[in-house]
Design a protein around this ligand. Structure first.
Ligand code: PHE
Ligand code: ZN
Length: 883
């Protein structure tokens, strides 16, 4: 057991920095075993601070020398602790020269300066810069950077940093140098360097203003055939931000660099975005439609950070969602606009709702629940969460729902007018939105301060005589750690009313400007409120929370008939999808109960008929049909149960899938053939939607396959012209339960793609998530020569996909899955605490499981918590789980 207790950091303890930094000059002599960093910092006392001590963060580095205004300091003149170098009683203006030494090749945490495949990369967000040199490593200290890189020319021909290249040349001794200058002041977390053997695709691009910029995508030799889509996505992002928000690229040069070892998706370093290869490399041979969509979204996301994050940054890390929630919202809107159609937009929205329910709602109901703007944390790296990102994006989206797209744009303009070049808070964004639109968003602040997913209960009453329809909305929010009681939220609830013929009724609402529109945004601000619709010609079916207008759980006693009506007719595609999910969920919950009680299982014809009608409805976008036909996941079902029995959920869902497969076999086959995409591969939304529906059909056809279906899958596997179809066929074979077919395909897939790391990840991932893969099989896969815990993508592909994506095996009755989890968390923690802490989160909801499982889950958690040396990262997660 660790004896020191990790320190909690509180938002309320914020104090301004004692010294500000005007500029910094960094010199790097790069060597994998011993890199020397010389830093010259120009500091100035901050009048807003009473302290005269210079506080410089630093960890895992060796301090060689520190000089203040030209004089070398003796150890008695400063204090050096585990994380901080403090120089007391400093004068107003200070020039500091600091020399540090580090060993990038030993840095397995991938934070700070590290080596990946013999190349140098940095990752400084959130607190990695302090692993490079001593510095006030906090986002409210913004400075101008000049960077000199020196390295062996043969091994590291490419030397990159932020901003503009101002000088380069040879040093004579086989080494060369490059000098970079970033004209914009920035916090240290946005610093980056790359020293590597790489090649690039580059292009000159003309901005709307006529200015020309240089765009580059840097990858390892041999991957230049996989950079087109990232480059195209970058150009689309630049254009989109100009058009939608009037925001122009402020640099003459913008670089994306791909690296195979990376903890997260990508990083928005100023002018030098560093990406996980997963979000850069794509061609039809190796990448799926989902990969393509991910690249577009992440390239957009990082590019959009240039304004929302970099030009305006965060005062402190509690404000993380200020940049992340806003930037996720922006990348979501970008992806939706790139498709362009209304259903396309709805399809992206449905995906967002699924992510929220799959990951954010559980987080918000578990031991790591935290507000969008947290009040405290132990390790900031644990707070790059779905709450900060996805719920944060929902909060931003609600402003737009409340003030309209034009109003939102006005708010954004005012935000930049007020705060360009500053490090600010979530409250500043809220104020800009309010002031630009003449709105009072005081109560809206609770979306930032209160954790937990609100529940909105709806009830209705139609009065035939007066032709009025009353909608009562009552809100509540469950307790979360540290927050027992919640105050009412300001919730936009978009509502429509459907007539018996399925059409939208024109709306008139007392006290709300609806003017006969077919959708209206109601603002729920009280604990309970009644809205009165007038002139309602007939008893309507309400379509509530259209477009998922708020991140809440909506409860309403819909009858099957009402849901079927919405599923057939709702003009809001998101709610149409939602009606189908409700129909399925009710049945899944009943079936799960029946499994647990040992009763016989049955699925009604009404439900099957609705599925059949939707599947065969060729007037509907295939992408939409695919989403509407996917059943709620086992995780989402689990969230609806007071006591989770993973085996019963799995059996119930499998029964439903088997029944649908058998009942709709001719329809699945017809759709399989109708949605082929012959010709050259294109990742556009329509083609991707067709492939998605076709491959869903294939997966249903292979649930209980005969020879003909197995042949169909094998044929698709062998002849696929793209990875989407090949991977889908492989997955279908793996899930078919036919071991020989699955094994044959797996073997050939591996030998075809063993040199494509991202495809090998898929190979591991598909096996990890198959319900036929038990913990023993995962252990076996870990002995495969291609497996390593050191590479985060690889670790995630096998281990995380097992613990998070294969619930019926992970939760094996004997607890073997949990013991395995504990071992892997401990092993990973020694290499990479950030990744280990993510894996630790797999046990978050342990108290929700049936008693038979809870005991062994607790044992596993305690085993991890009892380790002698545990990172703060993992310690925070497991101790909160056990608390
Ligand atoms: N800021 C990055 C993003 O959201 C994510 C990230 C965080 C990357 C921390 C690395 C480390 O785009
Ligand atoms: Zn981001």
């Amino acid at each position: 057991m660790r004896t020191d207790s990790p320190q909690t950091i509180y938002r309320k303890d914020y104090t301004p920095p004692s010294f500000l930094v005007d500029s910094v000059e960094l010199g790097f002599d790069l060597d994998p075993a011993r890199t020397v960093v010389a830093s010259r910092i120009h500091l100035r006392h901050n009048p807003a601070s009473a302290s005269r001590s210079i506080e410089l963060h630093g960890e895992h580095i060796e301090l060689v020398m520190v000089r203040l205004n030209g004089k070398v300091l003796k150890p008695s003149q400063y204090k050096l602790t585990a994380g901080m170098l403090t120089i007391p009683k400093a004068p107003d203006e200070v020039l500091l020269d600091i020399e540090t030494v580090l060993a990038p090749q030993d840095n397995t945490s991938l934070s700070g300066l590290y080596v990946s495949n013999h190349n140098f990369f940095t990752q400084c967000e959130a607190e990695g810069f302090r692993r490079i040199t001593f510095f006030p490593d906090r986002p409210d200290v913004m400075a101008k950077y000049t960077v000199m890189l020196r390295a062996d020319k043969e091994q590291y021909p490419v030397l990159l940093s932020n901003g503009n290249l101002i000088e380069e040349g040879d040093l004579g001794d086989g080494r060369h140098y490059a000098k970079w200058e970033d004209p914009f002041k920035k916090p240290s977390y946005l610093f980056a360097l790359v020293a590597a053997r790489l090649v690039c695709q580059e292009e000159r691009y003309t901005l709307k203003s006529g200015r020309e910029v240089l765009l580059q995508v840097w990858v390892e030799d041999g991957n230049l055939d996989k950079t087109d889509y990232a480059m195209q996505s970058l150009k689309n992002s630049i254009r989109w931000d100009e058009e939608r928000f009037g925001l122009e690229l402020d640099l003459d040069r913008f670089m994306i660099v791909a690296v195979g070892d990376f903890n997260m998706g990508a990083m928005e370093n100023k002018g030098l975005n560093i990406f996980n290869t997963k979000y850069v490399l794509a061609n039809s041979r190796v990448a799926t439609d989902v990969d393509y969509a991910g690249i577009e979204a992440v390239v957009g996301h990082e590019y959009f950070h240039n304004w929302t994050g970099n030009r305006v940054t965060c005062r402190d890390w509690f404000q993380l969602s200020l940049k992340e929630g806003l930037t996720v919202f922006r990348d979501q809107e970008f992806s939706a606009d790139m498709i362009g159609t209304d259903t396309g937009r709805a399809v992206t929205r449905i995906d967002q709702v699924r992510t929220l329910r799959q990951a954010q709602f559980p987080e918000d109901a578990g031991p790591m629940a935290h507000p969008v703007r947290p009040d405290s944390f132990v390790e900031i790296n644990n707070f790059y969460t779905v709450t900060i990102y996805e719920k944060g994006a929902e909060v931003v989206r609600m402003y737009q729902t409340l003030v309209s797209r034009d109003g939102f744009r006005k708010g954004m303009d005012l935000y930049f007018e007020r705060h360009d070049g500053q490090a600010v808070q979530c409250d500043d964004f809220r104020a800009a939105m309010a002031d630009a639109n003449g709105r009072d968003f005081t109560q809206f602040e609770r979306w930032y301060s209160q954790a937990g997913t609100p529940i909105v209960k709806a009830s209705t009453r139609y009065d035939t005589a007066s032709r009025t329809f009353e909608l009562t909305l009552a809100q509540s929010c469950p307790a979360t750690p540290g927050q027992a009681k919640k105050l009412p939220f300001h919730i936009p609830v978009t509502v429509g009313l459907l007539a018996a013929d399925g059409r939208d009724l024109p709306l008139h609402v007392d006290g709300v400007a609806a003017d006969g529109a077919t959708s209206v945004v109601l603002e729920l601000t009280q604990a309970s409120q009644t809205f009165r619709f007038t002139n309602v010609a007939e008893a309507p079916v309400p379509s509530l929370l259209r477009d998922f207008s708020a991140p809440v759980v909506l409860e309403y006693g819909y009858t099957d008939a009402e849901l079927l009506h919405l599923f057939r007719h709702d003009s809001d595609p998101v709610n149409r999808w939602e009606a189908g999910q409700r129909l399925a969920m009710e049945r899944l919950l009943k079936l799960t109960g029946a499994v647990a009680a040992g009763e016989t299982l049955a699925l009604d014809d009404t439900f099957i008929a609705a599925q059949r009608a939707l599947l065969a409805d060729d007037t509907l976008d295939p992408a939409f049909r695919e989403l509407a036909l996917i059943l709620p996941s086992e995780t989402i079902i689990a969230e609806r149960m007071a006591q989770v029995d993973p085996q019963a959920i799995h059996a119930a869902r499998q029964f439903m899938r088997r029944t649908i497969a058998a009942a709709l076999k001719p329809e699945w086959l017809a759709q399989y053939h109708a949605n082929q995409t012959p010709g050259e591969y294109s990742p556009d939304a329509l083609s991707a939607g067709k492939r998605a529906l076709k491959n869903l059909a294939l997966s249903y056809l292979l649930i209980a396959p005969e020879a003909a279906e197995l042949d169909l899958a094998r044929l698709q596997f062998d002849n696929a012209g793209n990875m989407t179809d090949r991977a889908a066929a492989l997955a279908a074979l793996i899930h078919s339960g036919s071991q020989p077919h699955a094994q044959a395909a797996l073997t050939s897939f591996y030998s075809d793609f063993e040199n494509e790391a991202l495809v090998v990840d898929k190979w591991f991932a598909m096996q990890a998530a198959a319900p036929t893969t038990d913990v023993q099989a995962v252990r076996q896969l870990m002995t495969h020569p291609a497996f390593t815990l050191k590479n985060p993508n690889r670790a995630r592909s096998l281990i995380f996909n097992f613990t998070n994506g294969n619930p019926s095996q992970f939760h094996a009755q004997d607890g073997s899955g949990y013991a395995f989890w504990a071992e892997q968390v401990i092993a990973l923690d020694a290499l990479n605490p950030q990744v280990a802490a993510r894996l630790a989160r797999s046990m978050d909801r342990w108290r929700r499981y049936v008693p038979a499982l809870q005991g062994s889950m607790r044992d596993a958690l305690e085993k991890v918590a009892g380790q002698a040396s545990l990172s703060n990262d993992v310690m925070e997660v497991v101790s909160k789980a056990l608390a």
